[in-house]
Design a protein around this ligand. Sequence first.
Ligand SMILES: Cc1ncc(COP(=O)(O)O)c(C=O)c1O
Length: 438
Amino acid sequence: MKKEQKAKIVGINLNYLMADKDFYRARKKFGSPLFVYSEKMLELNCEEAKNMPDAYGLTVRYAMKANSNKTILDYFDKKGLHIDSSSGLEVERALAYGINPRKIQLSTQDLPNNLSELLKKNIIIDACSINQLKKIGKLSPGREISIRINPGNIEGGSHQNTNTAGEESCFGLWHTQTKQAISIAKEHELKITRLHIHVGSGNKKEVWKKVIKSALKYVNILPEVKTLNIGGGFKVRRDVIELISLKEIGETIKKELIKFHNTTGRKIHLEIEPGTFLVANTCFLLTTIKDKVKTKNYEFLKIDTGMHDLTRPALYQAEHGVMLIKKYENQTLKMKDVFEQIQKKDLTSKYFVSGHCCERDLITINKDNTIKEVELENPEIGDIIIILGCGAYTSSMNLKNYNSYLEPAEILITKTKNREFKLIKRKQTFKQMIQNEV
Ligand SMILES: Cc1ncc(COP(=O)(O)O)c(C=O)c1O
C-alpha cells in the first residue's frame, strides 16, 4: 500500500490531507462517503495564487461555482480573495455569508430577475452578451461595468465541455461585437472599465500567451479599461495530489502587460479567477468498499458513492486517482499475520472501481471513456478507498439524490497540530430529501 501511495503523491505530504490512522476515525465519526478537505492545502494553493507574478497589481477572484461551501468562501474571504459568481443566486449566497458586495462579480449566462436590487448593492457586473449590456444600461445607466469577450478560437479547456472560447461557445460577446458594445455603452453612459476573458477550464500552459495577447488587443480599443480579468482554468491534475506553480504562467502574462504599458502608457491591473486551482486538490472523497464482483476478465470494487456525488468521470471522463487505505493499525492481527493472510489469497492486483448507481458508473475511467484498471493491494470489503481531487465541481455539481442516495457530510481537517475534524456540512437527511414533494 505504501508503494501505491507514494506513486500518487507528488511533492507533498499525505499528512497535509490526513494521517493514515485518521481515516478510520473520521469514518467512524461522520460515516461514509465523506468529503474531507485540508486546511493546509487550501492555504498552500491560496498563497501560490496570491504570489503569482504580476506587473501592476493582482486580484485573485475565487470562482465560487467550483465549491460554494460557506467555510471555503469564508476562508478565501479572510485571505483577501474576491468572488466570482455565475448566477444571481450565487451572489445572494455569497452575500448571505457576509461577503462585501463590492468584492463580488456577477458573470452569468442568465441575468436574475432581481438584477436591479443586486446592482444597487454595488456588485461588479460583467455583461456577457449584447442584450445583457443593453439591459444593464437601461437598469443602471452611468455605472462602471465589465464586458466579457469571446476571443474566437483559442483552444481552452481540457475537454470540449469545458471549452468556453470559439464559435461553438456562447459565453461572452463575440469579439467582433466590441465596437457595437462601445456604442451601446455610450448610449447608456456606461463606463467599460473592466474586460473579462475566460477561455475554459484545464487550459494547457501554452494557451495563456494566446489569452493575454488576444485580451490586450481588446483592452487597446477600450480606453477606459483599467482591469483585465483573464479568467480561471489553470490546469490541475486529479489523478495525483500535486501542488501546481503559477510562476511560469504569471511571468508570461507579466511580460505582455509590461510590453503593453511600454507602448500605450497604460498600467493594467490583472485579475485571475480560479476555481479548480484553489480547491480541486484540497479534498478527497472517503468511501468504503461494499462489494467485489468478477466478470470474465475484470474484477470490480463497488464503493458506496458514485456519479451522484462525483459526476466528473461520467461527464468529462475525468481521471481521479484512487488510493486504498487499509486498516493495519488497531487490528488485533500483527503485521506478520496480515501478510500471511495476503499470501494465502488468490490476489488479483488490478481492479476497476465502480460507483453504486444503476448504470455504467465508473470511477476509474480513461480519457477515451474506456474502463481503467488500477493496481491495489488486497482490497477487501469494508476497506476505505479515497478518491483524489474532489474539491472542485464535485459537491457543488452533484446529481442530487440520484437513486435516492443522500448528500454526504463534509469535514475540514484543520491545520492545527492535532488536526481536528471540523464538520462543515451535515449529511443530508432522508426527510430533507423528500420534504418539498407534495
Ligand atoms: C467565467 C468563469 N470563470 C472562472 C471559472 C473557473 O474555472 P476553473 O475552475 O477551471 O479555474 C469558470 C469555470 O467554469 C468560469 O466559467
